[in-house]
Write a protein that binds this ligand. Structure first.
Ligand code: KG4
Ligand code: ZN
Length: 334
């Protein structure tokens, strides 16, 4: 039985999993209300909210699982990458618990945790597969050759995909987080009435760039305003969303083709996007690639992915000493 703790950004989360990746209980406390009025995550506030919530969240997860602390064989905790003040809370809590229980402390890379979403799709996907992690902080493409053997194929050179949604929503006065509201409005809009350039930094590599499309939106709104025209928000949302979604899907499927794999796992908060899910389904079928998108609660930050990744590392004997320090920048394998 292993406890997983996640506090890298604005979710305080904990879960209990067994060594075979079965999740017994999971609790996620979102801080979205705390940060909404600032239009983005405020690191200092995130750390403070984690301090308030961490013990309650862990106790609740243990209670739901019907497990006492003494039943735990290890404590897994997100060690990075993320906001340092937020990571510190989970790591300090995890260290104290591991020390008190005399069980191993297993630091888990947050992105490696996201890759464990492969265990939460109906047909558990085992390596090799290609994974797209698209969230508010990351847009990374990986070739997962084996667990612990991961190659970074591409990443965003500037803004993350979720960040682009959030910034667009801010410009359109739609609040935070931007992804869900743009997704909803886009269903009523016509993307052809507000077309945006597809943000390919270069055609033949697997990196992304989303700052150009953000500027394109800014100019679109500014030019229309200067010309005395208004705009139809659903059309703009649809055009903007389509441009981002197409690039994410096409590059991910190209990565699968180049890596010679037939399975793709899509995770991170942006994986909630309905158009992204639909396009992966249709384009996947056309290209002979099976695209797997886990249930939403396993796409966004959660404790289960940390517990499951931690269980694997525990079996490999990968514990840390209590000297372990969280790392705001921590590349997979680094
Ligand atoms: O993984 P996540 O919960 O947190 C981190 O960033 O780590 O991802 C949050 C991001 C936000 O940028 C949010 O706007 C985006 O995911 N998002 C979406 C949707 N739901 C959430 N983006 C597009 N469409 C959605 N339906
Ligand atoms: Zn995340």
């Amino acid at each position: 039985m292993i406890l997983g703790i996640e506090t890298s950004c604005d979710e305080t989360a904990a879960a209990v999993a067994a060594s075979d990746a079965t999740v017994l209980a999971e609790v996620v406390r979102s801080q979205v209300e705390t940060h909404a009025r600032f239009g983005g995550v405020v690191p200092e506030l995130a750390g403070r909210r984690h301090i308030e919530s961490i013990d309650l969240v862990v106790q609740e997860a243990l209670a739901h699982a019907g497990v006492g602390v003494r039943d735990l064989s290890a404590v897994a905790v997100t060690g990075g990458p993320g906001l340092i003040g937020a990571l510190l809370v989970g790591v300090a809590y995890g260290k104290a618990l591991a020390y008190a229980l005399r069980v191993p402390l297993i630091p888990v890379n947050h992105l490696e945790g996201h890759l464990s979403a492969a265990c939460f799709v109906p047909k558990r996907v085992a390596p090799p597969f290609v994974a797209l992690i698209a969230s508010g902080g990351h847009t990374n493409l990986y070739h997962v050759k084996g667990w612990g053997e991961t190659e970074l194929l591409g990443r965003t050179l500037d803004d993350a995909a979720g960040e682009a949604f959030d910034k667009a929503a801010k410009m359109l006065g739609l609040g935070y987080p931007g992804g869900p509201v743009i997704d909803r409005l886009a269903r009523e809009g016509n993307p052809e009435r507000a077309p945006f350039p597809r943000p390919y930094p270069t055609c033949d590599d697997l990196n992304f760039s989303f700052s150009g499309i953000k500027t394109a939106l800014l100019y679109y709104l500014r030019d229309r305003e200067a010309a005395g025209h208004s705009w139809h928000v659903p059309d703009v949302a649809a055009g903007f969303q389509q441009a981002i979604v197409e690039v994410l899907v096409e590059k991910t499927l190209a990565a699968a083709q180049r890596s010679g794999v037939r399975d793709v796992v899509v995770t991170g908060g942006v994986a909630a996007n309905s158009q992204l899910r639909a396009l992966f389904e249709t384009r996947g079928k056309e290209t002979g690639v099976a695209a797997h998108v886990p249930p939403l609660r396993y796409c966004t930050d959660n404790g289960a992915m940390i517990a499951v990744a931690g269980a694997r590392l525990f079996q490999e004997g990968r514990a840390a000493t209590l000297e372990f320090e969280p790392r705001a920048d921590w590349a997979i394998g680094g």
